[in-house]
Design a protein around this ligand. Structure first.
Ligand code: TMP
Length: 254
């Protein structure tokens, strides 16, 4: 791990300087946190699975024309991504009431929403990611109205596409969180999907049983966390070849 300069360490990932200018290496850890770092643990093999799952979903989204930061997977836990300027927003898209939305409005978890709802949160651990409106975002200069139009239209396309993709493997996409970044190319600026899409950042429920197949199993101490992540990868058809035994794997593999 000492071979590259570390740029940033988050709760579940580390970013290293990439092999070429304008690229970064995104390393997926097994560390899991919830409730803004108050609950901490390890989900064995999570980094390997999230690296694969995020690769798969970003490539599929790329195929329908959603621009992403993803370049290619490098090994079990690392992927090469374009260096972007992260817009400090967590964009949450919801299809079914769950989590903080269910709490805030007194809805029972599982109630379908009349339409998909998008919410913005300001990315700040120190402030506990407060929910913000377009007014706050534009007034404080985190993004422009044009940026938000693009973010909203990309988010809706991502939601439609991923909802269908998961439905095809018997999973309901209840909600998810995504992040965007600005990619600069000379004078041009493009907003692209960044970060990751994985069971850490989505709520995924089995279509038949409503069983949770995501990080809520860790947040709520439901057990079977590793198995749930593996099952998502298995249904996507991307469980690493050797099966679960591969997951502890070497931290890096050339
Ligand atoms: P919430 O219901 O707790 O607001 O979460 C909405 C979605 O966002 C859910 O799929 C989990 C995801 N999420 C993150 O990825 N990171 C976070 O810090 C939080 C709070 C939620």
């Amino acid at each position: 791990m000492a071979r590259r300069r570390q740029i940033y360490e988050g709760k579940a990932k580390v970013l290293f300087e990439g092999p070429e200018p304008g690229t970064l290496v995104q390393y997926f850890k097994d560390d899991a946190t919830a409730f803004n770092n108050k609950k901490r643990g390890t989900i064995t093999g999570k980094g390997v699975l999230n690296n694969r799952i995020s690769e798969y979903l970003m490539l599929k989204l790329g195929e329908i024309g959603v621009p992403t930061h993803f370049v290619r997977r490098l090994n079990m836990r690392e992927q090469l991504v374009r260096e972007v300027e992260i817009i400090p927003l967590e964009v949450v898209m919801r299809n079914v009431a769950a989590g903080s939305l269910a709490q805030r409005f007194g809805l029972s978890e599982g109630t379908p929403l009349p339409r998909s709802i998008v919410e913005y949160y300001f990315k700040s651990d120190a402030l506990n990611d407060p929910m913000v409106s377009e007014e706050h975002i534009t007034a404080f200069g985190w993004a422009t109205t044009q940026d938000l139009d693009e973010i909203m239209s990309l988010s809706l396309r991502i939601n439609d596409f991923l909802s269908g993709l998961f439905l095809g493997i018997g999973i309901r996409l209840v909600d998810f969180k995504i992040e965007f970044g600005r990619l600069y190319n000379n004078e041009d600026m493009q907003i692209v999907l960044a970060d990751e899409i994985s069971p850490d950042s989505c709520r995924l429920w089995d279509l038949k049983t409503n069983e949770k197949m995501d990080k809520d199993r860790f947040r709520r101490d439901l057990g079977g966390v590793e198995e749930a992540y593996q099952e998502v990868a298995r249904r996507l058809g991307i469980l690493p070849e050797g099966g679960p035994r591969d997951l502890k794997g070497p931290a890096t593999m050339q």
